[in-house]
Design a protein around this ligand. Structure first.
Ligand code: NAD
Length: 473
């Protein structure tokens, strides 16, 4: 349930205003940065193939065009409305600045429940949405580049690219009109897992500072920390899988649409995902306890809570019962401003959405670069590097007189592939961005919390863009 006082967009504005006094920027510039530049609301008919015609309500919002293209996902959900799309577009602007992705922020939304349509009906809805965007110049590799979000994935992105390329026949960079495409259709390896992997890197970085962990009564490092996840979609499932495999985190609770479960000795994510695929539900997962309702998992005692479903999940009604020491906002806007006050009061560390879920847009940026350069990352240097490492290993063996085994040789003598480079670029991005936000927080003791520090860090960068790009008089 949403809180009474703020719409989602107003909530984002409120967070912006909390940070504005710490940025050192003038009022007029702050107003410009905060404002939503363009809202495109469309109503279009789609023939559903059964003789019926349905009128679809959809949006594309460009929050800031200070850098082009603008960038942001497309959401399919019955809850889509103009305020929500505006809020999500605004978060994209701040997010891109935080992770040094040179784009403005945008977002799209189609007000449908994708589960109620067949694949070919969804294809019709997506293709017509793309046509509307083309008609109004709201899509293009140098204008506005959508990506997946709640309810959409690689399949929808492939339809969008195909429609765009058909309408813009001969445009050499057409593949860069959308990201999150299937790898075989101009996508990039590592995009599907990117947001979840970024969440993992971000939490790992946050947990690496002894001072910060002391305040929470936690030790540094991820190994053995307990985690609860809400939403097993793209973001939640990859966060869980990677945190478990690479971080040694113990996932003790999971919430999905159908309900929530608890398992004290840990839920194996691979097994749970396979179980849900087979049975259609997480309920009845062997060894787990069913909780009262789907929101119950949010209130479990745990070190890290990862809301990865939708906004407004932790609100005035349940905030006082949320016991997690760290909340990593994998979804956009999962904690309302009023809930945040309650959580901060009791010392919870909230790692804000606009930083922690920025892995998706970061790898989307890599995909866009790949599309514009028309070459796979690693193609030019992989073999060259591999051969050089091979020679180095031979030299070490010769100088030390020791044999170097095949296993070590295979690990060491490999040039980087696309997936290695994408992961390394993402890791670097998430670590550097966290350090920047934390430093901003530490440099001014009046900045009350990490979210405000993230906003300050982001707004200052956008302000400096306005100045240096000559947009601001
Ligand atoms: P998704 O559609 O793949 O998955 C969302 C999951 O949440 C679904 O499985 C759905 O059943 C579940 N869910 C819905 N309501 C729920 C509830 N009340 N309780 C428990 N589970 C519920 O969506 P996604 O792409 O993983 O996006 C999730 C969130 O992450 C959104 O807020 C989105 O804006 C944000 N996000 C996504 C990306 C991305 O790359 N996909 C990037 C950044 C942020």
């Amino acid at each position: 349930m949403a809180d009474k006082h703020y719409s989602f967009f107003k909530g984002v504005e409120k967070n912006f205003e909390k940070a504005a006094p710490f940025t050192g920027l003038k009022k007029g510039l702050l107003e410009q940065i905060k404002a939503c530049n363009a809202v495109f609301r469309m109503m279009y008919p789609v023939e559903l193939g059964n003789g019926e015609i349905e009128v679809i309500e959809a949006y594309r919002v460009q929050h800031s065009n200070h850098r082009l293209p603008t960038k942001g996902g497309i959401r399919y959900s019955t809850a889509v409305n103009q305020d929500e799309v505006m809020a999500l577009a605004a978060l994209m602007t701040y997010k891109c600045a935080i992770v040094d992705v040179p784009f403005g922020g945008a977002k799209g939304g189609v007000k449908i429940d994708p589960r109620s349509y067949t694949e070919s009906q969804l294809e019709g809805i997506t293709r017509r949405y793309t046509t509307e965007l083309v008609r109004k110049n709201f899509i293009g590799p140098g204008l506005d580049v959508p990506a997946p979000d709640y309810g959409t994935g690689a399949r929808e992105m492939a339809w969008i690219m195909d429609t765009y390329s058909t309408l813009k026949h001969g445009e050499i960079n057409a593949a860069g009109c959308v990201t999150g495409k299937p790898v075989k259709q101009n996508g990039i390896r590592g995009r599907a897992e990117a947001t979840g992997r970024g969440v993992f890197y971000g939490i790992r970085e946050a947990c690496s500072y002894a001072d910060d962990m002391d305040k929470l009564g936690l030790t540094t490092g991820l190994q053995g920390k307990t985690m609860v996840i809400q939403g097993l979609g793209n973001v939640g499932s990859h966060t869980g899988l990677i945190s478990q495999k690479e971080g040694g985190v113990k996932i003790i609770g999971v919430a999905e649409y159908e309900g929530s479960i608890y398992k004290e000795d840990g839920i194996d994510m691979d097994t749970l995902l396979a179980f849900r695929k087979e049975t259609g539900s997480i309920m009845g997962f062997p060894g787990s306890t069913s909780l009262e309702h789907r929101g119950s998992a949010l209130e479990l005692e745990c070190d890290i809570l990862v809301p990865a479903a939708l906004e407004n999940q932790i609100n005035i009604d349940n905030a006082a019962n949320v016991k997690a020491k760290i909340i990593a906002e994998a979804a956009n806007g999962p904690v309302t401003p009023e809930a945040e006050e309650i959580l901060l009061e009791r010392g919870c560390l909230i790692i804000p959405d606009m930083y922690i879920n920025a892995g998706g847009v970061t790898v989307s940026y890599f995909e866009w670069l790949k599309n514009l350069s028309h070459i796979r990352f690693g193609r030019m240097q992989k073999r060259f590097d591999g051969n050089r490492y091979e020679k180095l290993i031979d030299l070490v063996a010769q100088l030390t007189g020791k044999e170097i085994g095949d296993i070590e040789r295979n690990v060491l003598a490999n040039g980087a592939d696309e997936i290695d480079l994408v992961r390394s670029g993402l890791e670097e991005t998430m670590v550097v961005a966290y350090q920047g936000i934390r430093k901003t927080w530490q440099e001014n003791e009046n900045i009350p919390d990490l979210r405000t520090a993230a906003f300050v860090y982001s707004i200052r960068k956008i302000g400096s863009d306005y100045m240096t790009l000559g947009i601001w008089p």
